[in-house]
Design a protein around this ligand. Structure first.
Ligand SMILES: Nc1ncnc2c1ncn2[C@@H]1O[C@H](COP(=O)(O)OP(=O)(O)OP(=O)(O)O)[C@@H](O)[C@H]1O
Ligand SMILES: [Mg+2]
Length: 402
């Protein structure tokens, strides 16, 4: 049996981890969870946000302004998380100042020179930002740089821009910059991309397409896929015992009104539908994209703050420890060379939760002792904020999984 993956070792495989995925799948949340987990594993982490990254301090409960200057987001017993924003304008300003144009730099940038230049040279914004990432990476100061990448469409453009500029610029500093960025993107010891999805059809489709595009067009190394917001199997759901009024009354310790029982049944049907969709999509992702999966639970909370991030950090840490190191290396190497990958679909689930398919039979958990899980409340109140599918609470579960 091959050795389990250690958190710190996993995180030290590349100095830069780019966290990408479709809009709203949880990139910023996953970035925060990874950062927290890395800091608790003893690493000094720098989180980089692009343009709008206002949510990051909230996720760490840090009362700081998140901007150009590095700020402390989390200080743990053995490591810390700092963070800052990189914008193309700031990166240009720094670049000009570092290249002997200190006196005019501010004026050029505030006059909007970048807007003019970027229409003439597509990709320059991205190169400025990636150039800055590369500079930070080379500085070696943080152990790990986590980049909260833009949503998918932009992320592909973001990462392909360097290749585009290499083709466009024959020489000069711009080409040098682009070449150095491409070098970083091609070196798995320096940079990997972690794609995030939720277990739903459209985000999974988009993730698979993005993964292939990033491999083909950028030649970047893809790390395991993060499947965020997975529902844990809930007691009773799928076994139909919520349809039995006597069992319901036993669970609630009193007879339920017809309206309450109806709500519970609809909630259970909704949940069963979600679980069915989830199993189907996770299996499809496994088949279509032979990369290991790190599954994170859906967090039932009105807001996600430091406590929930800590919970997710722990879940991602446990999921990493369950990765089979040899299998991971083989899958990643195969993915980067385009060869046929090992059958990761046959491995045990790597997530923090038991697989949906192996939900224990209802007989093993007497319903009377089982409090109805909070998430079984009427679906309207519990609809996940990031679900993109139409609500299924009025549908029979089978329809939701089609
Ligand atoms: N595991 C989870 N459980 C429950 N809710 C989650 C989970 N992960 C993220 N969310 C919620 O989903 C929403 C989107 O998350 P987040 O902002 O991290 O996504 P994003 O991919 O960064 O979005 P954007 O593309 O807009 O930057 C937020 O309301 C967040 O609190
Ligand atoms: Mg975000």
């Amino acid at each position: 049996m091959s050795p389990p993956m250690e958190r710190a070792r996993f995180l030290r495989q590349s100095r830069v981890l780019v966290v990408g995925g479709k809009g709203g799948v949880g990139k910023t949340t996953v970035t925060a969870a990874l950062a927290r987990m890395a800091a608790d594993a003893g690493l000094d982490v720098l989180v980089l946000g692009l343009d709008d990254a206002g949510a990051l301090p909230v996720l760490f409960g840090a009362d700081v302004t998140f901007g150009y200057d590095e700020v402390l987001l989390y200080s743990g017993p053995v490591g810390q998380v700092r963070g800052r924003v990189i914008t193309p304008d700031d990166a240009l300003l720094e670049y000009l100042m570092d290249h002997g144009l200190r006196r005019v730099a501010k004026r050029l940038v505030s006059a909007g020179v970048l807007d003019v230049v970027s229409t003439a040279i597509p990709g320059i914004r991205e190169i400025l930002v990636l150039g800055k990432v590369k500079q930070l990476e080379r500085s070696g100061a943080p152990d790990l740089l986590l980049l909260d990448a833009p949503a998918t469409g932009h992320a592909v453009r973001f990462l392909t821009s360097a290749n585009g500029l290499m083709d466009a610029a024959r020489g000069g500093p711009l080409r040098t910059q682009a070449a150095e960025v491409v070098e970083m993107l091609h070196d798995p010891a320096r940079l990997q991309v972690l794609l995030v999805t939720v277990p739903e059809e459209t985000p999974v489709n988009e993730l698979v397409e993005t993964a292939f595009r990033l491999e083909d067009e950028v030649g970047v190394m893809l790390g395991p896929v993060v499947v965020n917001a997975c529902f844990l199997p809930a007691a009773g759901v799928g076994q139909g015992w919520l349809a039995d009024p006597q069992v319901l009354a036993a669970v609630a310790a009193e007879p339920l009104e017809a309206r309450e029982a109806g709500s519970l049944r609809r909630a259970a049907a909704f949940r069963a539908g979600r679980e069915a969709v989830q199993s189907e999509q996770i299996a499809r992702l496994n088949t279509d994209l032979p990369l290991p999966q790190l599954r994170l639970p859906f967090v039932f909370s009105d807001d996600i703050g430091p406590e929930q991030v800590a919970e997710l950090a722990d879940a991602i840490g446990r999921a990493i420890e369950q990765l089979d190191e040899r299998q991971l290396q083989a899958a990643l190497a195969a993915a980067s060379t385009g060869e046929e990958a090992p059958p990761v679909g046959s491995e045990p689930p790597v997530g923090s939760e038991p697989p949906v398919e192996t939900q224990p039979p209802v007989e093993t958990q007497p319903p009377v002792e089982t409090e109805p899980p909070a998430e079984m409340e009427p679906p309207v109140e519990r609809e996940p904020p990031l679900a993109t599918e139409p609500p299924v609470e009025t549908e029979p579960p089978a329809a939701a999984s089609s």
